[in-house]
Design a protein around this ligand. Sequence first.
Ligand SMILES: Nc1ncnc2c1ncn2[C@@H]1O[C@H](COP(=O)(O)OP(=O)(O)OP(=O)(O)O)[C@@H](O)[C@H]1O
Ligand SMILES: [Mg+2]
Length: 253
Amino acid sequence: MNSFDAKHYLLSAVLKEQMIESYSIYPFCLPAVKGLSTRLEFHEAVTFIVGENGCGKSTLLEALAVSQGFNPEGGTKNFNFSTRSSHSSLSDYIRIAKSIKRPKTGYFLRAESFYNVATEIENLDNEPSFGPPIIDSYGGISLHEQSHGESFFALMKNRFGREGLYILDEPEAALSPGRQMAMISLLHQLIGQGCQFIIATHSPILLSYPNAAIYEIGERGLEKTQYEDTDTYAITKHFLNNYENMLEILLEG
Ligand SMILES: Nc1ncnc2c1ncn2[C@@H]1O[C@H](COP(=O)(O)OP(=O)(O)OP(=O)(O)O)[C@@H](O)[C@H]1O
Ligand SMILES: [Mg+2]
């Protein structure tokens, strides 16, 4: 048996309901957070979180990341810079069950703060240090000198390692449809190396990865669903198959 055989790191998350005074205040009013009153069981490979804009996916992912010691602004556990202090303390209200196995590495990707991570790498590399430059483990080229998609892909290829825990918020934001497909292959390789992923996404391409559980956030909270039953899949498919009719409706008047 492999040392990482079917052992994932995060098993489940549930709200500490007894601590919550009101579900009408932020962040407990968000469907993604309210939904955690029912235990969320993580898949050993990939857990996808999908749902409408504003339902609380990023809020939830940040809380999960913070609970695991990641910087709320993104990056590895070694990054502790801060450009803002507005992250919610939701992580204090979530009970996470973990397996006895600890991840060896990990990364929290926030689409909107990847730029800050790139800057932090440059800053750290400009300081005197005995170790190799940090940028070497990201492929050697400053992330500011690559396109958004190129730098994200460089990050995944060079910096994501075996037996890691990866929490990714809309990783597709940077990627062309072709690169999103390439990301599925990369994801699959990393899963073969004992990695676990938690991914919030709007991408009907990424979401197709089969070794995964999909939770869709709606008014009824977090519901486990199948790929073809998600809005992401159904709406995209309907649009692409009927885009001329859809445009007529959308542009009416
Ligand atoms: N500090 C705050 N106080 C009150 N509401 C907030 C605060 N920060 C965020 N919100 C609200 O919480 C909601 C959830 O935001 P979040 O970013 O988690 O959504 P999301 O599901 O990730 O959406 P998207 O798909 O657009 O990325 C939003 O409506 C946002 O306006
Ligand atoms: Mg978001």
